[in-house]
Design a protein around this ligand. Sequence first.
Ligand code: SAM
Ligand code: SF4
Length: 482
Amino acid sequence: MNFYHKYAVEFEEYDAMAKDFIDDDKIWDQLNKAANPSKAAVRKVLAKAERKVRLDPEEMALLIQNQDPETINDMYTLANKIKREIYGDRIVFFAPLYISNKCANNCRYCGFRHENKMVERRTLTMEEISDEIKTMISEGQKRTVLVYGESPETSIDFICDSVRQVYRTKVGKGEIRRANINCAPLSREELAQLKEVGIGTYQVFQETYHHQTYQEMHPAGTIKSHYRWRLYAQDRALDVGLDDVAIGALFGLYDWRFELMGLLYHTIHLEEKYNGVGPHTISFPRIEPAIGTPFAAQPKYAVGDEEFKKIVAILRLAVPYAGLILTARERPEVRRAVLPLGVTQIDAGTRIGVGGYRQSVGNMLPDKEQFQLGDTRGLDQVIYETCKLGNFPSFCTACYRAGRTGEDFMAVAKSSFVHNFCMPNAILTLKEYLLDYASDETKKVGEKAIEQYVEQMADPERKTFLRQALARMEQGERDIRV
Ligand code: SAM
Ligand code: SF4
């Protein structure tokens, strides 16, 4: 069987649908109607956002179309406030591991696309996966997202084996405690297998929600050219009980305003169909230059830094309970600027070359990379800066390991749980990092941040617990969590 026909039977379900949940004309209509909104109209939407409820498309359209500097500023202030109220000052850290850059698809913007002859192709062996993971663990990583191209070599059996290999690999007391997956859309049967091996989040980016642009970017005859197969990937995951799902759009393929509306419609679709369970996280990568990939050098709809700030703030306001992931595609100064606007997770110490953790010099391995990184700083340096800026780096994996996913996680996120549990877990995992991996400078700022936090805790019982747990860690205990 030709690889393209792998999902021929599954495609029928989607080909038979009269329409999907993205109505391009309706989205443009809503955006056009919202053009040049009054201050009062914007403030009304902000008043609703302040109640931390998900916004409707018409409301998001008003925020997108707002051109008034004063209320744009209000938008940023409120996004920061909501972020702090829901998530505290935590930033969750992870690092991706690129397992294979072999790909049968031909996405015009991607360095891994099949026709690109300038990239050396590789799929890591199980031993190599262990070696990569060992390096990551030795740098202090606890969470990863495993990234794969779509090819016969990265079958579901291979993907499951690679996840097991990641969890099995240990360095002293260090280990990866949560492996998320970013791979091509899978069938329900394959997703059920993935659930069995205990993955964290299942992540698929729609790239562009605009139907016509999607077809232009993904040549016919490739699996990826099937828009709906991709659009309903998260549905299939939720159907089989894999309930931490993530969505994303690749900004620069089409108008950013449309893509934001697409992300919101996707969120609403999932919430309505799956009992209030929306996306666990949303990603909003911008296209970066990639070797042998002229399209990525000058994307027609390239998003500027000011627009990028709006994208983050509007997502924070519109979908308050979804985590927002900002990747090392972005330069350090951009990361600093958008972090306060609602970002909850970042990667650091990232290497995106296949085999890059063990082999790369200065964090780069260009001939095997999918695109160029904007932030090539090491993990320790970013942890240092995060503490200095008054945030708490967190490597927490407690919810997923306690089975608080999907509906249960949403309930937790909407309560005061985050402050009572996530902050202590952030402190405990930061302490672990400081004890086992940090440089002296990072240790100093990190310990100071922890001490200040514990000192101001109001609840005496929690304060005592945390103090005792920190002391136990000093004695050598690890992986303490609440
Ligand atoms: N092959 C799988 C897929 O396409 O879903 C997963 C891996 S792919 C390497 C992960 C993501 O990288 C894609 O979904 C896309 O959004 C992003 N990407 C591709 N080319 C990029 C580029 N030039 N710059 C930034 N991100 C890019
Ligand atoms: Fe392959 Fe994914 Fe790159 Fe497309 S984006 S070429 S599917 S790795």
